[in-house]
Design a binder for this molecule. Sequence first.
Ligand SMILES: Nc1ncnc2c1ncn2[C@@H]1O[C@H](COP(=O)(O)OP(=O)(O)OP(=O)(O)O)[C@@H](O)[C@H]1O
Ligand SMILES: [Mg+2]
Length: 477
Amino acid sequence: MISTLAISGYRSLRDLLLPLDRLNIVTGANGSGKSSLYRALRLLGDAALNSVVSSLAKEGGLASTLWAGPETIARAVRQGEYRVEGTVGGRPACLKLGFGGSTYGYSIELGYPPPPATAFSLDPAIKRECIWHGKVYRRASALVERRNNLVTLPSRRDEEPVCLTKALNAADSMLASIADPQRAPEMLEVREVIRGWRFYDGFRTDMSSPVRTPQIGTFTPVLKNDGTDLPAALQTILEVGDEEALHRTIDDAFPGSRIHIEVQTGRFEVLLRQHGLLRPLSAAELSDGTLRFLLWSAALLTPRPAELMVLNEPETSLHPDLLPALARLIASASERSQIIVVSHAQSLIEALQQLQGCRRLQLVKSFGETTLEGATIFDKPNGSGHPVESTLLQSRCFRQSRRFATCRTLFPPMPFLANSVSFGSVEERHGVTCCPAGLIAEPKLDMPHIACRVPIRGHWAESPSFKSLLDPQAEPR
Ligand SMILES: Nc1ncnc2c1ncn2[C@@H]1O[C@H](COP(=O)(O)OP(=O)(O)OP(=O)(O)O)[C@@H](O)[C@H]1O
Ligand SMILES: [Mg+2]
């Protein structure tokens, strides 16, 4: 299961870090960045299919997808004293995507290709990739690392790093290109997991949609993204999946209705018998909403559940009365897969929110940048632009004890001190660096974990000992 998702430099997602649960609802106003998040996740999934470079080129290349605002937004600008203006860029422009999971983490960084310029000017280059073990990147937990064309297994103690290849093309991801079950078995595992991710976004149900016509059917445990193999997917559920759940779901949404798949000379057609009618109706005769609900049923009741399913605005063209049934369908799917639902249908959000283990992620836009409502500065990736080691540089996870919160660098070890500078004016107290927001930091450059303690409710903590920095429960002296 993915526990943290980090995106940096993709459209309005300038530096976004999302904590994830089993079931997650992403909501927000129009233009807050929900679809950008969905697309960024798809790009991450494309890395395993080796199509991340072409997908990005189709979106207009890095120049179009990179954050269009200034590199830094000064406090005076945020307070309205100065208008937003471009700043001199210090960091090379790049797009970073990554996740930390219960077993493995993976991140990828794309940037502009080095000169000489070619005709493929929209193609970004893959600069950095990394797979590590566990939720948090640590140098010691890195399993495979890529820097430009070089892919290595990190060295242990005084051993030399093992080189897997020195000539990986800048357009090829290491996940898709290297298969070495002896030396890097985790690479195959991460690749297969990411390849299994499913993305469903607005099925076509207009009158000329292929979903409405009989289709050649083959065994289909996974519905395609466009839903064109709906009859075969439903028949597969009826034969090898949870037939009872499918009938129950349809009856839940359309009381008294029952699905049947008609097969004639290899062509499969969906028929829905409805209460009060003398004959079943074919897909061509069903309403848009009914057909969409059947598509969601086929996607979510799949007999081969994915590790992750991302659903973009599943409420589209469904009447609010159907949304509780859709919520129940999503809830049952979340027992088998991790689910991210992007939605702004209030009744769907409310129905899902009542479920245990459901996390609501409210996106808001501030100065053109998408942020997570309720996230603190400590959840936010740092933008200070250090030449830090990792691909996914600046993410942190956030733990709260009763009075104190502890900030951990999630992915790489990094000099923490520079972080505090971006939080406001910094001053020295008892040899520790403090800032008015209540941050007390004790920089330990070689410590990957704990970098600071944060007093809640504006208390100033005394200079904490290094031991107390390591123990999040310890009270300050
Ligand atoms: N390169 C870029 N840099 C900064 N912002 C961008 C960039 N490209 C697009 N945006 C902005 O990102 C925002 C997010 O768009 P997105 O389509 O993700 O919104 P949404 O939450 O899905 O909205 P809706 O509910 O209307 O579908 C838009 O307001 C758009 O102006
Ligand atoms: Mg959208």
